[in-house]
Write a protein that binds this ligand. Structure first.
Ligand code: GLV
Length: 382
């Protein structure tokens, strides 16, 4: 073999070794790479699925918290020219410090307002907030909202439902009813003349109470008065299967209901159907000597008709906590009427602390586009 042949063999052998080395390495690393890719891919897929799940849950909150920070989104506006608002702000902030609570008339960008907590707002003012999505009444009633001729359309409406409101309403009504039964106002009046004049009293079992309006509060009051031994009937527009009292229904049964009532308690919402419902004719259905307690809305009563029924001695007394115009104008005849007791709309006041959780809940529901709690039907008016 010549030298060139030897060189050729050497080159062949060496290149074989190099090729084998490279090939083995290639195969080894490719294989390892594939395994790595396979394993890491699986890991990544699992990681992505978990991340996606976490994101699905977290993103609504994260996104709107970020949005609030980025584009100073004003979260919640309290629009109540007549109510004290500090305790509302504090109660809401205590539950969710991330909600920016503003109080009218603080200067704010109206475009940033999405949720309003309202009470006796100025009519026409709600239309100034182009991005408004939800209005929550600060009380149980929403009549003043629905009467706003410029109430924005397509805005969700909700109200307060709170067992505490029902409880404090029951306590107020019980105080008035017991005052009637035991004649406490009468004794206070004769005290001025130093008169010692005992008189009898009515017992709980002797009195028939009639409750108009058997919603959350009405049903609660009916049940708790019954538990004390009162005989209680109710009147409502629609059947109330869960109400323990006998329920009279609609205009056909109104007369029968009134005729079986010694103390009439009005807890109806103010709607076009109930406005002026207690008038000369309907109040006259009450037995002679009956009394009225109105803790609902003033416009359910025709004021002049009530005065007529009291003056003609058909009715004994009226305890009024609510009025068509509030504050009751100084020249209104109710102020001086001997048979009328007036209280300044204090029967049951919303407690910001107990209702803040439902407001915050509704705020978050509105933000996430979920069904809000206690939504109001504009058609029914409650
Ligand atoms: C009070 O009148 C209320 O609506 O809560």
């Amino acid at each position: 073999m010549g030298e060139s042949t030897n060189n050729f063999v050497v080159i062949y052998v060496y290149s074989g070794i190099v090729f084998k080395y490279v090939w083995c390495n290639f195969v080894f690393w490719s294989f390892s790479g594939l395994i790595f890719l396979f394993v890491s891919n699986k890991f990544m897929i699992n990681a992505c699925v978990s991340l996606k799940e976490i994101a699905n849950k977290a993103i609504p909150e994260i996104s709107y918290i970020c949005l609030n920070k980025l584009q100073p989104l004003m979260s919640l506006l309290i629009l109540s020219p007549t109510r004290e608002t500090d305790s509302w702000v504090k109660a809401i902030k205590e539950i969710d410090a991330n909600i920016d609570v503003f109080v009218y008339p603080e200067p704010i960008d109206p475009k940033a307002v999405e949720f309003i907590l309202a009470w006796n707002h100025t009519y026409g003012s709600l239309k100034n907030y182009p991005n408004l999505k939800c209005i929550s009444s600060m009380g149980a009633g929403v009549d003043y909202l629905l009467k706003d001729p410029e109430l924005p359309e397509n805005v969700l409406l909700t109200r307060i439902i709170d067992p505490e409101l029902s409880k404090t309403m029951f306590e107020f009504i019980l105080a008035i009813v017991m005052n009637h039964l035991r004649g406490l106002t009468h004794f206070k009046q004769i005290q001025a003349s130093k008169l010692w004049k005992p008189s009898g009293y009515q017992r709980i079992e002797d009195v028939r109470i009639g409750i108009m309006g058997l919603g959350e509060i009405g049903s609660y009051v009916a049940e708790h008065l019954m538990n004390l031994g009162f005989s209680v009937n109710g009147w409502a527009q629609n059947p109330k299967p869960n109400c323990k009292a006998k329920v009279y229904l609609g205009s056909e049964e109104l007369e029968a209901f009134m005729k079986s009532t010694d103390i009439l308690i009005c807890l109806l919402p103010s709607t076009p159907k109930t406005e002026g419902l207690l008038n000369k004719q309907t109040l006259h259905y009450l037995p002679k000597g009956a009394s009225l307690i109105n803790v609902a809305r003033g416009d359910i009563i025709v004021d002049a008709d009530l005065i007529h029924l009291l003056d003609s001695n058909h009715m004994k007394t009226a305890s009024l906590d609510v009025f068509t115009e509030e504050p009751l104008p100084k020249n209104h005849p109710f102020w001086k009427h001997k048979k009328i007791d007036i209280t300044p709309h204090v029967a049951s006041l919303t407690n910001p602390k107990t209702v803040a959780p439902q407001i915050v809940e509704n705020y978050h529901r509105m933000k996430k586009g979920k069904q809000i709690l206690y939504e109001i039907s504009r058609e029914k008016g409650y």
